[in-house]
Design a protein around this ligand. Sequence first.
Ligand code: 4NP
Length: 158
Amino acid sequence: MVKVLFVCLGNICRSPTAHGVFEKIIADNGLSTAIQVDSAGTGNWHIGRAPDSRSCDAAAQRGYDLSHLRARQVTPADFEYFDYILAMDGDNLSHLLSIAPSSYEGHLGLFMDFAGPTRGVSVPDPYYGGSDGFSRVVDMVEKASRGLLQHIAIHHAG
Ligand code: 4NP
């Protein structure tokens, strides 16, 4: 079982979108028992809440259901459990690097690094913007999800 954790700031917009999109792509490929997905926020403001309705709407328009997800905060135990901890932006990654134990052996990096050859790209925070920001998150997350699945298939074959 390969375990993947998506992380943003609030765990109500970007990382739940990644969670729902990647979960569906995995299910569509018959890999639900091989890959486990979760998401969390670096912040604690929204713990226990469902994803932002604008994220739910943007995802639903593209066939992804986020309604079962609830926000939680990253914990030290996540570094013991997850093989991939993937940040949505550079600030999220800096935060994770500051709390990660030096013994962490998994992959800690930006999710968008799996979208193509360009490194260092962030998924912009859509929270204070209009609805285009939310559909752009779905676009970016779909692209990176396909790349991540391909990467996992190559590196964790069998
Ligand atoms: P997310 O978006 O990190 O993609 O979940 C945000 C959600 C809430 C806030 C900021 C970003 N906030 O400031 O409450």
